[in-house]
Write a protein that binds this ligand. Structure first.
Ligand code: ATP
Length: 774
């Protein structure tokens, strides 16, 4: 049996009467307020006393009957000498000295105005004195009650206002006691229905205790009505719906004041207030969780989170209204208190949950559900998406045979909120439209002599070719030149074959790009070559806006000449030298293209072409002018092309390095060719660039030597390489001073110095400089 702690508090003042009543109430002073001054009353007590202010006649009658029946003396009144049987006619009301409980036993001392029972008094005088005394007693009693009540409530409210919700032990007990009493009361009523016999034989004092509890509980104001004379509770009114209380910014006490409610309502209203706060806290926690507040709330409210409303239709609105209330700070202490209230509620429910008033059950359920929800970290609530397997398990656990029972019905029937981990979200993948693997592979792969090469990038295009950067299965990189010769005649095919032969011939030369493999098939020629990084054309183009750098020119010009020397030394005339045909392979410049190159027969200086091919900007005059070479067997034009033609081309490349463009690039189209062929159109060698940069004399001399119109007077590759531009003499200031000093001394000693002597001396100095190798 639950202990009624509120009774213990009551017992401080009414210990005797209650003990007299023989109840099972046990004193429990453990958490009594240790204060001096006015008598200490629990909420229950204060509520009980304040009830006296507003009791209806029925309630008063019951109370009085109860106390009377229990032979309760008026020990608390200053004058308690009046015996119950001395009670006079109390006119409208039953007095403290009234009937037995439930009117089952009439009292001789009961004055009931409706029954007109005669008083058992002899004289009117006695009657008057008695009546006066009685009135005094009543008055004193009332005064005492009021005094106690007001003092107590004043102190309670003061404490409530100062400490807010930090010290609400008594309120908790009051609430608990109220629930307990109410529970017991309902229990009792149920017992009355089920076991009338038993009820009738019960000790009246027990009933009294329960009724005291009931009457003292403001929660059960409706219970005042259900104690009908016949004990039938069929007319029991619906519980007062406190759930609709909207506190707004008000504290319970402020709310009480504002609505002019009796202070006896404070404990209950406070409890409702805290319950709401607790719910709000929980919902806020839930809101902070991953699932959206709207979803969780709507879900919760449709099941068990509908706390204070009896109307199902209003449930959602009610909760959303609660949530819209401003957040209040709830201290940990008050939160703990709320938890204790809930805990005690649950404890009581374990001993007899049927006795809970409906609204309290709802509150408890709501808290349980909120607890469950709050205990579900990282679990998404998704009742509509509970897996069939899980649902089967739930039905089995709760012994539901109906396999069609869905999760919503299950929740309604069992009041269990079902959680289900949300199905993992599928990763959204952007799937590219599939191409046929074979097609794709075909497009990206070129097979040369059974070796597959995967294309990496396009390096460049020629007149009839494309060159790709490719890699083989070992990830080795190559240049793959693909030449399509469908449209070419046999001579062209022969020309490509000649290129292959020359490349093979020069494959061991460091200044010629290596040829690794080739395949000629079905009008397509594949060449697998050493892959260069950049060709000279790209490099010159990149530097076009930069100031002239003589070191750059000297280095790159010498590289070009060295490449030409290799070709010429191999007896080959390239015939199509241009910057795009030189590529740097790991820092070394190499010639890549031998498309129109020809090997020169031994002991022959020139070759004669039947076709005028090449790149006009870099073509030598003799390669453009028909020689009218006539063969007995083959009449027609021939073009004499020899090594000097390559030196002209070389001169054009160096010229471009200095002035930015080849010698005749200023002429357009056909005029360019005409200008090249015309000996009267001389190449201009300016001593300064367009940017007024000086050009060394040695370089000008080099360019002139390469661009000499007459091929026979043109410098050879060796002359070019030995030119002062590529072999500069560098002197120091000390050398100059020393030279001048020696020259002057020599002149002083020698009266006359001949030209021959000067020449001899100069050569001596130059020789020393060469030896000096600065
Ligand atoms: N081995 C290579 N390494 C790097 N790049 C290369 C290689 N071979 C050619 N290239 C690049 O490809 C471009 C075209 O080369 P290609 O030999 O086809 O030139 P082309 O002589 O103008 O063509 P064609 O002689 O067929 O008319 C070159 O300018 C060069 O940039």
């Amino acid at each position: 049996m639950a202990k009624y702690s509120y009774h213990s508090r009551l017992s401080i003042h009414r210990r005797e009467p209650l003990q007299n009543l023989g109840t099972n109430i046990e004193p429990d002073d453990s958490d009594d307020e240790k204060v001096s001054g006015p008598p200490v009353l629990s909420n229950f007590a204060s509520a009980f006393l304040s009830e006296g202010d507003k009791n209806t006649s029925n309630i008063r009658e019951e109370e009085t009957n109860v106390f009377n029946n229990s032979n309760m003396k008026l020990s608390q009144t200053p004058n308690n000498s009046i015996e119950p049987n001395q009670a006079d006619d109390l006119s409208l009301h039953s007095t403290l000295f009234a009937n037995t409980v439930g009117n089952r036993q009439s009292s001789l001392t009961t004055m009931n105005s409706t029954n007109n029972f005669a008083l058992n008094h002899d004289t009117n005088k006695e009657h008057t004195v008695f009546e006066d005394n009685l009135q005094k007693i009543k008055s004193l009693q009332q005064t005492m009650k009021e005094e106690l009540t007001s003092r107590y409530i004043e102190r309670r409210n003061k404490r409530f206002l100062t400490s807010r919700r930090n010290n609400l032990g008594p309120a908790k007990r009051a609430s608990t006691s109220a629930i307990s009493a109410s529970t017991e009361d309902r229990y009792q009523e149920n017992d009355k229905h089920s076991n009338n016999e038993k009820y009738s034989t019960q000790d009246d004092s027990n009933i009294l205790a329960k009724q005291v509890g009931r009457l003292s509980s403001p929660l059960n104001r409706q219970n005042r009505a259900f104690q009908s004379s016949n004990g039938d509770d069929t007319n029991m009114k619906e519980p007062v719906d406190y759930s609709s209380i909207e506190f707004g910014e008000l504290t319970p006490f402020e709310y009480l004041k504002k609505h002019d409610l009796p202070t006896s309502e404070l404990p209950y209203i406070s409890r409702i207030y805290f319950e709401k706060q607790k719910l709000e806290n929980r919902q806020t926690v839930l809101r902070k969780r991953r699932f959206s507040s709207k979803e969780s709330l709507s879900l919760g409210t449709t099941s068990s989170l509908a706390p204070y409303s009896n109307s199902k239709n209003n449930t959602t609105n009610q909760v959303s209204r609660d949530l819209s209330l401003p957040r209040r700070k709830i201290s940990d202490t008050s939160s703990k208190i709320s938890k204790q209230i809930l805990k005690s509620n649950i404890n009581l429910s374990e001993s007899g949950s049927h006795g809970f008033p409906p609204d309290l059950q709802s509150i408890q359920r709501q808290h349980e559900s909120a607890e469950k929800l709050s205990r579900a970290p990282l679990i998404d609530l998704n009742v509509n998406n509970v897996s069939p397997k899980r649902m089967d398990k739930l039905r089995e656990t709760h012994k539901f045979s109906d396999s069609r029972l869905n999760v919503q019905d299950f929740s309604k029937k069992t009041d269990v909120v079902v959680y289900e981990k949300q199905a993992p979200r599928k990763k959204v993948e952007i799937v590219e439209p599939k191409r046929s693997h074979s097609k794709l592979a075909k497009r990206n792969t070129i097979t040369v002599n059974d070796t597959e090469y995967e294309k990496i990038e396009l390096l460049g295009r020629g007149g009839s070719s494309r060159v790709y950067k490719v890699k083989n299965s070992q990830n080795k990189v190559f240049a793959l030149k693909r030449v399509s010769f469908d449209e070419f005649d046999d001579s062209s095919v022969d020309g490509f074959k000649g290129e292959i032969e020359l490349l093979e011939k020069l494959s061991n030369e460091s200044r010629v790009v290596k040829l690794f493999d080739y395949q000629m098939d079905s009008g397509v020629l594949f060449l697998i070559m050493e892959c260069g990084d950049h060709d000279l054309s790209q490099i010159l183009s990149q530097r076009s806006d930069m100031p002239l750098d003589m070191d750059f020119v000297r280095y790159h010009a010498r590289e070009v000449v060295r490449c030409i020397k290799i070709v010429h030394d191999a007896g080959i005339v390239h015939s199509d030298l241009k910057p795009a045909n030189f590529v740097f392979v790991k820092g070394i410049l190499k010639i890549i293209d031998f498309g129109i190159a020809n090997a020169i027969p031994d002991h022959t200086v020139n070759i004669y072409r039947e076709n005028q091919i090449g790149t006009p900007n870099y073509m030598a005059p003799e390669a453009l002018v028909a020689m009218n070479y006539t063969n007995e067997n083959d009449g027609g034009n021939k073009w004499k092309v020899g090594k000097p033609s390559d030196i002209w081309s070389c001169g054009c490349i160096i010229y471009q390095m200095i002035y930015g463009r080849p010698p005749y690039a200023g002429f357009q189209g056909q005029n360019r060719l005409l200008a090249i062929m015309n000996p009267d159109v001389k190449v201009i060698f300016s001593e300064k660039t367009a940017n007024n940069e000086s050009i060394p004399r040695s370089l000008i001399d080099l360019m002139k030597g390469c661009l000499t119109r007459d091929p026979e007077k043109r410098w050879s590759v060796d002359q070019v390489l030995e030119s002062p531009f590529f072999n500069p003499i560098v002197v120091t200031p000390f050398f100059i001073k020393d030279l001048i000093k020696n020259a002057v001394r020599y002149g002083v000693d020698q009266r006359e110095v001949s030209n021959e002597k000067i020449e001899e001396l100069a050569n001596d100095v130059l020789g020393r400089l060469t030896d000096f190798k600065m």
